[in-house]
Design a protein around this ligand. Structure first.
Ligand code: C5P
Length: 300
């Protein structure tokens, strides 16, 4: 067994997020294209008798993150231990840079990171398929956070297949102070579709064509998110932010996942910095990050 393993786990965004009518199990069928971006939480695990967790925010408010056994990353460690009949605990440290409840799958990234970290710590060498199955049991976005890159997501988001894409993009992220809870946004989506049920979701052909060719103009126009009207309903100021982004030099703008983070598509780091500078003062915090990047991986 190793003494310590450190994993970097990236945030995710959705380039399209098609959402269908709520299923009998309370989840919504999705047709999405995920992309992992270069904004990372760092998960460190060490052998220990008991399970323990410390969460440190790096310019992120972590006061809402549980550190008991309800934390998804600790549940990930327990699920992997159970699968392999391992009795050992882990001492886990999460350095959070991905905003909490921001629509960037920060909690899912931590769970994916914990799976990859514990698998390396214990030398269990879990086959990829099995790791993804455990990941799917933890949350809809967790399998993608293991896989990374750019990938199609279906089912409730947990069924992931890598997508053929070209191009590297830079995303500007406009962050707000108050997160949005994912179930609340889906609830608002259901309320908005109470009279006219949403159709079965599909990934737009234009989006896949844009990703295959690496054409940033087409990509910008093809970005969609069915949860965006619900996020606007709950946070009206986001609508102005996206509209301002579309009027500016960004190639596209939309709400990330269930929000409230808003995304702006740019073609280079210098373009990202230009868009970022144009947003300073109108939102509490702005970041930029490249995409796609690989999924959760051991860095030490
Ligand atoms: O799968 P996960 O635990 O991350 O989902 C959190 C919540 O988000 C679910 O309890 C559900 O309310 C909502 N959700 C949904 N449909 C999905 C994914 C998530 O309604 N496809």
């Amino acid at each position: 067994m190793k003494g310590e393993v450190v994993v970097a786990a990236p945030a995710k965004i959705n380039l399209c997020l098609g959402v269908g009518p709520v299923r009998g199990d309370g989840y919504h069928p999705l047709a999405t294209v995920y992309q992992a971006i270069g904004l990372y939480d760092e998960i460190t695990v060490r052998p220990a008798g008991e399970q323990s967790l410390t969460v440190v925010g790096e310019d992120v408010d972590v006061s809402g993150v549980p550190t008991d056994e309800t934390n998804l990353a600790l549940r990930a460690a327990s699920a992997l231990a159970l699968r392999h009949g391992i009795d050992d605990g882990v001492e886990m440290l999460i350095r959070k840079r991905i905003p909490v409840a921001g629509g960037l799958a920060g909690g899912s990234a931590d769970a994916a990171g914990a799976l990859v970290a514990c698998d390396a710590l214990w030398g269990t060498d879990t086959p990829r398929e099995e790791l993804l199955e455990i990941a799917a049991g933890l949350g809809s976005d967790v399998p993608f956070c293991v896989v990374g890159g750019t990938a199609l997501g279906s089912g409730r988001g947990e069924l992931v297949s890598p997508a053929m894409t070209r191009g590297r993009y830079w995303w500007v992220l406009a962050l707000t102070d108050d997160g949005l809870s994912t179930p609340t946004v889906y609830g608002e989506f259901d309320r908005m579709h109470a009279q006219a049920p949403a159709p079965e979701p599909e990934v737009p052909n234009e989006l896949m064509a844009a990703l295959r060719s690496g054409d940033i103009e087409l990509l910008g126009k093809a970005l969609t998110n069915d949860l965006q009207p619900a996020a606007f309903g709950l946070r009206p100021e986001l609508e102005d932010l996206v509209a301002a982004g579309l009027r500016g030099s960004a190639h596209g703008a939309l709400v990330s996942g269930s929000g409230p983070t808003c995304l702006f598509l740019t073609e280079s780091e210098s373009h990202a910095v230009e868009v970022r500078n144009s947003l300073v003062g109108s939102v509490p915090k702005v970041l930029h990050a490249p995409g796609p990047v690989p999924g959760a991986r051991v860095i030490r």
